[in-house]
Design a protein around this ligand. Structure first.
Ligand code: SF4
Ligand code: SF4
Length: 364
């Protein structure tokens, strides 16, 4: 089986995955902590995290005779020209989280994991009757825990999985299989005394090391939350650098990314034009057809046009460019009530600043 495991890993790397390891298919050791996190409401409206909770906690609920989990990681870091952690925008530009700048990783990784499963079945031979289930993000596994057990990385205080040699800009995916493969050693490592991510989070979403309140996180607020953005968090969108789709701050400040993230050469992940160079004002003027064209096959479609434009309107509230008011006024006629309401709020903020200018003391 060692030989087969090595072949699978070699094939995974040949398919474009950057990390690969094997864990046994034992139930989650974090079941209690996870139930507690959900019970406290920290998952917000992310029903997919709380639905079928028990299935999330035990791989054998997914495949009754599951014995092993092959875990892969795929690097999506694609910012070579700016350098890790470097702000890449001016104040008129929209910033999308790195993972969302290229093609939809679900499609890319699922197709490659299916190829890997087919390879595994062919190598094992028909007599072994190898079964497998492929999961990328949406699957009910506690991915990061399994990835840690498979040796891919360890938990950072920002709750991301960190690979000591490569940082944390990775997508994770798994194959749960009934084939017994030799497990890898769990990854070990830690943050030491570093607290950069806790200090840098613009909304205080990292409540304490290893504990995230998703309801305060810009990633959740700008992507998963479907209704109004709570006013308490609206200023953070612009202050954090026009983060209108997700947020990378707690990864950007992490020394493991700053020193060790390597740009991907995978053709699926270089930023597309709409996520690399869009101006906030241009995004707010996108009709549905333009949105579909710009984000076809992109993770950004998850927020839908109304969610993205809601975020853009909120970010524009911080702009003092006279053109901004014209664009926001046009958005008052948007077909989506959500966009209209947030555009109106943004206009109020701008006009309030015009009446009550920020004093020199406050600016200082
Ligand atoms: Fe905070 Fe942004 Fe990290 Fe969310 S993604 S925890 S808002 S720094
Ligand atoms: Fe850990 Fe520091 Fe990275 Fe946060 S920024 S995950 S504390 S090493």
């Amino acid at each position: 089986m060692h030989e087969l495991a090595e072949k699978i890993k070699g094939r995974a790397l040949a398919l474009g995955f950057d990390l690969v390891g094997i864990a046994d298919a034992s139930p989650s050791v974090f079941a209690e902590a996870y139930r507690d996190w959900v019970a406290q409401g920290y998952a917000g409206e992310m029903a997919y995290l709380t639905r079928n909770l028990e299935r999330r906690l035990d791989p054998r609920e997914l495949l009754p005779d599951a014995r092993s989990i092959i875990v892969v990681g795929m690097n999506y870091y694609a910012d070579a020209e700016e350098g890790p952690g470097t702000p890449l925008h001016d104040e008129t530009q929209a910033v999308f989280a790195r993972y969302a700048r290229g093609d939809d990783y679900h499609d890319v990784m699922t197709a490659r994991l299916r190829e890997l499963l087919a390879f595994l079945q062919a190598e094992a031979g028909a007599e072994q009757d190898v079964q497998g289930r492929v999961y990328v993000d949406t699957g009910p596994l506690l991915e990061r825990e399994v990835a840690q057990r498979a040796g891919l990385g360890w938990f950072g205080k920002n709750t991301m999985l960190i690979n000591t040699r490569r940082g944390s800009y990775f997508f994770l995916g798994e194959i749960v299989t009934n084939l017994a493969l030799p497990p890898d050693e769990p990854a070990v490592g830690g943050c030491g005394t570093c607290t950069r991510c806790l200090d840098a989070c613009p909304t205080g979403a990292i409540l304490e090391p290893y504990k995230l309140d998703a309801r305060r996180c810009l990633s959740y607020l700008t992507i998963e939350l479907k209704g109004d953005l709570p006013e308490e968090f609206r200023p953070a969108l612009a202050e954090a650098g026009n983060r209108i789709y997700g947020c990378d701050i707690c990864q950007e400040v992490c020394p493991f990314n700053q020193r060790r993230a390597i740009p991907t050469d995978d053709p699926a992940y270089p930023p597309r034009e709409a996520t690399a160079t869009s101006k906030l004002a241009d995004l707010l003027l996108m009709d549905d057809e333009a949105f579909q064209r710009a984000f076809k096959g992109s993770p950004v479609k998850r927020a839908k046009r109304r969610g993205l434009l809601r975020n853009v309107a909120v970010a524009l509230a911080a702009s003092d460019d006279p053109e901004t008011e014209i664009v926001l006024e046009a958005a008052l006629n948007d077909p989506e009530p959500l966009v209209r309401e947030h555009a109106e709020w943004a206009l109020q903020q701008i006009r309030f600043r015009q009446i009550v200018p920020v004093s020199a003391d406050q600016e200082g």
